[in-house]
Design a protein around this ligand. Structure first.
Ligand SMILES: NC(=O)c1ccc[n+]([C@@H]2O[C@H](COP(=O)([O-])OP(=O)(O)OC[C@H]3O[C@@H](n4cnc5c(N)ncnc54)[C@H](OP(=O)(O)O)[C@@H]3O)[C@@H](O)[C@H]2O)c1
Length: 243
């Protein structure tokens, strides 16, 4: 089995890839714009788990390169973990549209661009799994993060639709909705709704694939926290200034 991590230096992506390396002895391909860092990670994965791991160059917002990138993959992946993502501060996006646009391009358009190519390949083979890392943020717009949340809401709906399209072809599409996982992406930020340890997030993603799940939250409490947040009436949300 070959697992391709798009955004190969993502800490959550790597934690999930490590589970596949350990439990399935999967080959791992890390696709990243930071090739040097990805090569260091492949060395560690190979050393720890005795598996084949390689690094390849990939930029999620270089849309024109995606066809050539995918066609150049040897071997082709059986499982794809879409792990790249950008989190800009909300205020910075309000003040500078270029930051908002960059986040939307990476989190949503980059995902659609590369996954449409991979989906066609998997559909034609009639097998494979696409695991997309979206976010709980996309489940409810809040003043503190609504531009990032929009990109993730779009990604969640995109993955829903892709799963529907591929359902009868035998291709699995899993939406992962992480809560707060302490990685470099959220360094310096805190969470009001609890923290999911990184290794736990990796295990939850692997288990979702193993059990053939469609959509999961990482961490044991997040499902209930989000059920509550989704059901807070709008008039009440509007008065909660610290959300
Ligand atoms: N951590 C959380 O609390 C949390 C919560 C909800 C959802 N998520 C989502 O989970 C995913 C993984 O996040 P993480 O916590 O593992 O963050 P992370 O360690 O910061 O990983 C994100 C990765 O995305 C890569 N990336 C950004 N722009 C890219 C581009 N144009 N092309 C290729 N790669 C690009 C970065 O690559 P470089 O190494 O090249 O910079 C970075 O390694 C993200 O989609 C994030 O939105 C995270």
């Amino acid at each position: 089995m070959v697992v391709l991590v798009l955004g190969g230096n993502s800490e959550i992506g790597l934690a999930a890839a490590e589970q596949f390396a350990e439990k399935e002895k999967a080959e791992i391909t890390l696709a990243s714009r930071n090739l040097k860092a990805a090569e260091n990670q492949t060395y560690e994965l190979g050393r720890k788990h005795g598996i084949v791991a390689r690094a390849v160059a990939f930029d999620a917002i270089d849309f024109e390169s995606h066809r050539e990138f995918y066609d150049s993959l040897h071997p082709r992946p059986d499982v794809i973990i879409l792990a790249f993502g950008v989190l800009e501060h909300q205020k910075a996006c309000e003040e500078d549209f270029r930051k908002a646009r960059h986040m939307l391009e990476a989190n949503l358009l980059g995902a659609i661009s590369i996954l449409e190519i991979a989906a066609a390949d998997f559909e034609q083979k009639g097998e494979g799994a696409i695991i997309g890392l979206s976010s709980v943020a996309g489940e409810r717009g809040r003043q503190s993060s609504y531009i990032y949340a929009s990109s993730k809401a779009g990604l969640t709906v995109y993955l829903d639709g892709l799963r529907h399209r591929l359902y009868e072809s035998g291709v699995q599409v899993i939406t992962v909705l992480p809560g707060f996982v302490p990685t470099k992406m959220v360094a310096g930020r805190t969470s009001k709704f609890g923290v999911t340890p990184l290794q736990q997030a990796g295990r939850d993603i692997y288990k979702a694939w193993k059990k053939g799940r469609h959509k999961i939250y990482t961490g044991s409490k997040m499902r209930w926290v989000m059920a509550l947040i989704r059901n807070i009436p709008e008039w009440m949300i509007l008065r909660m200034r610290n959300l």
